[in-house]
Design a protein around this ligand. Structure first.
Ligand SMILES: [Zn+2]
Ligand SMILES: [Zn+2]
Length: 149
């Protein structure tokens, strides 16, 4: 029974390239906000979100985003923590996350490779989930486009 439910949930997720994570297709809101939910490839737990905001879509920074936001809920204090990462591998953001990513309460949320925007977080099942933010949003966007056609 539990196994069946989990399989059903996984039908709607897509593997992210060069990653051990899966992603849910992006919700493109009327405001232009694009949000992809990243889940652990092993247990399907939500590990972080990748968000693209319209103001981040600077024409000179294409393709496809100059900047993305990663959002993760802290397991200790429940705060939602938002950090910036590059959306364009090879172009680190001066104001982006780099190295250890900490919550305001001090708990370590994960680790960010600033040059590629690669995020590593520990899932509650202990798996270290790794995914590049740009790969996440591109994978999710491609799924939305495929759905529409
Ligand atoms: Zn997991
Ligand atoms: Zn915290």
């Amino acid at each position: 029974m539990n196994v069946d439910r989990r399989r059903a949930a996984r039908r709607d997720t897509i593997p992210v390239p060069r990653s051990n994570a899966v992603v849910e297709p992006v919700a493109i809101e009327t405001t232009g906000v694009q949000r992809a939910v990243v889940r652990c490839g092993s247990c399907n737990h939500r590990v972080f979100d990748v968000v693209g905001l319209p103001s981040d879509i600077a024409p000179q920074a294409a393709p496809p985003f100059g900047m993305l936001h990663v959002v993760r809920r802290c397991r200790r204090c429940d705060r939602l923590q938002d950090g910036r990462v590059t959306g364009h591998s090879g172009y680190p953001l001066p104001e982006g996350l780099a190295g250890v990513w900490r919550c305001e309460c001090g708990r370590v949320l994960g680790d960010v490779g600033e040059v590629r925007g690669r995020v590593r977080v520990r899932c509650r099942c202990r798996l270290e989930v790794r995914a590049t933010a740009a790969d996440v949003i591109e994978t999710a966007n491609a799924a939305v486009i495929a759905d529409a056609s």
